[in-house]
Design a binder for this molecule. Structure first.
Ligand code: G5P
Ligand code: MG
Length: 227
């Protein structure tokens, strides 16, 4: 396990580009990093049928983004309640921010805690490659663990490796809704990248598989944050 200086990272990437996959790999390698996935968080709220979950579910099942005002507070509260708003904590965000409005709100929130973002990485995977992955995706909602019948199948079919609980399909992983999500991403990512490029913290790692991307991502992090 490598030692890092405090890392406050945002992973950008199209739906299915492997944000969740890279997050689990990084957490395994760098024990000190915590993660927040906006999608995982919302799926848990939906399963628990909380007021937020009820609001989120129609947006998610239609492949639409939640309004900025709804999601921004949720992530802020999560950072706060997990005690991540200090200049010493290392964490990464998967799936948030998604719009320039969210990015601006996050910058403002973090600046009041002396914990500004210090790296944003875009996972650049060809969209033709991604489409094939989604049909085969299964998730374990309570943990956010993600499987793919070809790439990383569960040890026992239909069951989570760690808890043995049942896996499920995401309602937004149909071809139709997935197409909308991809389109949405294409429309929102350019201004988002410009926002972070201006701050000098944007990098891109490209590849057709997560196994190609992961070592590049680790090299990038170590170059900038190894003690
Ligand atoms: P999410 O949950 O943030 P997306 O659409 O951003 O959803 P998604 O689909 O979760 O992203 P991912 O995490 O980038 O994709 O990808 P992944 O799960 O790791 O990998 C995809 C599949 O491919 C998996 O089955 C994996 O095992 C497999 N795989 C990985 N690598 C490889 C490989 O190399 N080869 C192969 N063959 N397979 C591989 O957001 C969902 C919804 O929540 C709302 C929105 O409605 C959104 O649509 N939401 C927000 N709304 C507003 N603002 C926000 N900030 C929001 N965040 C979430
Ligand atoms: Mg994900």
């Amino acid at each position: 396990m490598s030692m890092l200086r405090p890392l406050r990272l945002v992973l950008l990437g199209a739906p299915g580009s492997g944000k969740g996959t890279q997050t689990s790999k990084l957490l395994k390698e760098f024990g000190s990093i915590k993660s927040i996935s906006s999608g995982d968080l919302l799926r848990k709220q939906i399963e628990l049928a909380t007021p937020l979950g009820l609001k989120a579910s129609s947006y998610i099942s239609q492949g639409q983004l939640l309004p900025d005002s709804l999601i921004t507070g949720v992530i802020g509260d999560e950072l706060k309640s997990r005690d991540l708003l200090t200049s010493k904590a290392s964490w990464l965000l998967d799936g948030f921010p998604r719009t320039v409005g969210q990015a601006g709100a996050l910058d403002k929130y973090l600046s009041t805690h002396d914990a500004a973002l210090n790296l944003v990485v875009e996972l650049d995977v060809p969209h033709e490659v991604i489409l094939n992955r989604i049909e085969n995706r299964y998730v374990h909602v309570p943990s956010g663990r993600v499987y793919n019948l070809e790439y990383n199948p569960p040890k026992v079919a239909g069951k989570d490796d760690i808890t043995g609980e049942p896996l499920s399909k995401r309602p937004d992983d149909t071809a139709e809704v997935f197409g909308k999500r991809l389109e949405q991403y294409k429309q929102t990512v350019t201004p988002l990248k410009e926002h972070y490029a201006k701050q000098g913290i944007l990098s891109t790692v490209s590849g057709t598989t997560s196994d190609i991307i992961y070592p590049k991502l680790v090299t990038l992090i170590l170059q900038k944050f190894a003690r």
